[in-house]
Design a protein. Structure first.
Length: 158
């Protein structure tokens, strides 16, 4: 899946469907949440724009305490979560946007070093996706690096 910023959130602009049974309720043109999707976390971590901050704050403020804990996982707060995404240069979210879905996302940078898009791989959640998480993360990272290079980015991507 390829997403770009659509004014108020990450918007899916390309989607390659798998031959495997992955039931995803997302379509081209759909907007993704900022904190509870891997794609949104990439935008929140790497895109400096007032609309990004507003979208993050809106999602956070509307989330119930249990939902906030689920979003943060092992992190203490939103800033720690986003710092971890920046440090790893990828985001991983499981069973948050949709039950049964495990998402892996990495940033695509422009020739100016700015976030241009996010590449996201979606798979079924469970033991198999957890076992393959490192491999899937590396594959998404490679794809985002290739796209970044094609856009003229010469800095370190992952």
């Amino acid at each position: 899946m390829l997403s770009v910023w659509g004014g108020t959130g990450p918007t899916i602009v390309a989607l390659e469907e798998s031959g495997h049974a992955v039931m995803l309720i997302a379509r081209i043109g759909a907007m993704l949440p900022m904190l509870s999707s891997a794609t949104g976390q990439v935008f929140a971590a790497f895109m400096e724009h007032p609309a990004v901050l507003a979208s993050v704050e809106s999602e956070w403020m509307s989330a119930a305490p249990a939902r906030r804990r689920q979003i943060l996982g092992r992190h203490d707060d939103v800033q720690a979560l986003l710092a971890a995404v920046r440090s790893a240069c990828f985001a991983e979210v499981q069973d948050q946007v949709q039950s049964g879905i495990h998402g892996f996302s990495a940033p695509v940078f422009s020739h100016k070093g700015k976030l241009a898009a996010a590449v996201t791989l979606i798979t079924r959640s469970g033991a198999d996706s957890q076992r393959k998480a490192r491999q899937l993360t590396q594959e998404v990272g490679r794809r985002s690096a290739v796209l970044s290079q094609e856009l003229g980015h010469i800095g370190k991507v992952a």
